[in-house]
Design a binder for this molecule. Structure first.
Ligand SMILES: Cc1cc2nc3c(=O)[nH]c(=O)nc-3n(C[C@H](O)[C@H](O)[C@H](O)COP(=O)(O)OP(=O)(O)OC[C@H]3O[C@@H](n4cnc5c(N)ncnc54)[C@H](O)[C@@H]3O)c2cc1C
Length: 468
């Protein structure tokens, strides 16, 4: 049977859109599908939140800095692109938590904020004896399996008490999921907590999960690329040779046109297509599809604002006594930063040996106005914190402040159901539109690539239903 030519558009040229375009291209080549693919990005560069800047021989990341590729999804993409040799992995990771004005080492064996090894936990100064005793009640207080979604904070507080959550769980997890653990859905962030064993003991459940992950050789270390994350973006753009790449043009609406779809663009043109992957934040998807009820369940996905502050120093400005690579900040701490990474200690490739690169986040929940301060004011606050916490001396040689306003989707309670409902309604009204990206099924880069692959495969199936 001759397959019919299909036209597909991808809206958004962040990692999700680029990876989706690449998947479509590769599948079309392998299966000899007649297809025309166009990717439309509204900004003047591709990459979306990924933005690496190389200056003074130092790799500064303005957005994401690295990825944990548990299932090897990005590794697979890198291998297909022929850039596996440019992958680099963290050389060491030593976390500290700032409580009040002091730093305490994260006890060995803490996974997703849960202390899985009792000896290091019991000998840690991060939690008082009464706090430790309260946490061990986790072994003694069997509970019902938690089926109903609830906040990560509530779940953890019930099992471990307040102190372990405030000093370990919250500082570590709020950074990973960029949100308030007392608001975040456990089903959408740590779905494995639903398993039977966790209902008896959270510590035992996380131990089992870690063991299973190790058996399956899931990766836990952080990775990036030589030259930073933009290496992946640049290579995707270079190898999307069968895809028409359009920059600096915004899609303004998607409408039905018989069996097809019509995309309106802000340059007063429009294009006819058969299918589309919307790889933008959900708020943009809601504007593009005029029938507002279809995506109404996504209305209350909050978007947080943060800023990243990257600073380079001479290595000699850091006291030798501080050995850590990551600083997490407890709510019981008076500093402005919410976390900081001594990036040049984690990655051997990003700075000359005598330089130090530190990257901090600001934008505590409830105190997001800090993101609107001037670069100089932000630099001053971050520097004060680093002086206080690690004894850093002098001024930075270069500082890059990047604001990410309303950019971090919060997976609050009920998130998975909200997304499921929106996708179900959309599939009925528009069977050839797919939603993918960090608003939906994971904010991490590897989850974005997974969604890109899945949405591309699903769309091809829909478009060539009887022809594949
Ligand atoms: C500061 C920060 C740090 C992070 N750190 C990490 C980390 O260390 N590890 C990790 O795994 N993840 C991290 N993340 C999350 C990760 O970066 C994002 O989830 C991911 O990059 C999102 O990719 P995306 O393609 O889905 O969306 P985006 O990168 O937001 O891309 C969407 C694109 O769509 C375009 N667009 C929007 N509207 C239109 C329109 N109407 N028409 C055409 N184009 C449009 C935008 O310009 C943009 O380029 C971080 C995020 C931030 C903000």
């Amino acid at each position: 049977m001759t397959k019919q030519l299909r036209r597909v558009a991808i809206i958004g040229g962040g990692i999700t859109g680029l990876a989706a375009a690449y998947r479509l291209q590769q599948q079309a080549r392998e299966q000899q599908l007649p297809i025309e693919i166009v990717l439309i990005e509204s900004f003047h560069r591709f990459g979306g939140k990924i933005h690496t800047v190389l200056t003074d021989n130092i790799v500064f990341e303005k957005g994401p800095e690295s990825f944990v590729d548990r299932l090897g999804i990005i590794e697979e993409l890198a291998s297909s692109l022929g850039i596996s040799d440019q992958l680099v992995h963290s050389i060491r990771e030593d976390g500290y938590v700032a409580v009040n004005e002091d730093l305490y080492a994260v006890p060995k064996g803490v996974v997703f904020g849960v202390p899985t090894q009792m000896k290091p936990f019991m000998t840690s100064d991060l939690v008082s004896w009464s706090g430790k005793a309260r946490a061990t009640l986790d072994f003694l207080r069997p509970q019902k399996k938690v089926d109903v979604d609830q906040s990560l904070g509530k779940l953890m507080r019930k099992r471990f008490g307040e102190e372990v959550v405030d000093n370990i769980v919250e500082p570590l997890l709020s950074g990973v999921f960029n949100g308030d653990i007392d608001e975040l859905s456990y089903k959408a962030t740590l779905p494995f907590l639903q398993n039977e064993e966790v209902s008896k003991s959270l510590i035992q459940g996380v131990r089992t999960y870690t063991q299973q992950s190790d058996n399956m050789q899931f990766k836990r270390q952080r990775s990036t690329f030589l030259g930073g994350l933009s290496t992946l973006v640049d290579e995707l753009v270079k190898q999307l040779t069968d895809v028409k790449l359009v920059k600096g043009v915004r899609v303004t609406a998607i409408k039905k046109l018989g069996d097809q779809l019509m995309l309106s663009l802000n340059n007063d043109t429009s294009i006819k297509i058969d299918g589309v992957i919307i790889a933008t934040p959900h708020t943009v998807a809601q504007q593009l599809i005029k029938e507002s009820e279809l995506l109404a369940s996504l209305n209350d996905i909050p978007l947080n604002s943060v800023a990243t502050v990257s600073m380079s120093f001479d290595l000699s400005q850091l006291p030798k006594s501080f050995k850590g690579t990551d600083i997490f900040v407890s709510r019981n701490s008076d500093v402005s930063i919410t976390s900081a990474t001594l990036s040049s200690r984690i990655w051997s490739n990003i700075a000359p040996k005598d330089k130090l690169l530190i990257r901090a986040y600001i934008g505590k929940l409830g105190d997001e106005a800090i993101v609107d301060l001037s670069d100089k004011e932000i630099e001053k606050l971050v520097l004060q914190d680093l002086q206080l916490l690690v004894g850093l001396t002098g001024q930075p040689q270069k500082t890059i402040v990047t604001r990410w306003k309303h950019s971090m989707p919060q997976y609050t309670i009920g998130h998975t159901d909200k997304v499921k409902l929106a996708k179900q309604k959309l599939a009925i009204a528009y069977p050839t539109i797919r939603l993918a990206g960090n608003s939906y099924e994971g904010i991490s880069l590897s989850k974005c690539v997974t969604q890109a692959n899945d949405s591309a495969d699903e769309l091809l199936h829909e478009l060539y239903q009887n022809q594949l």
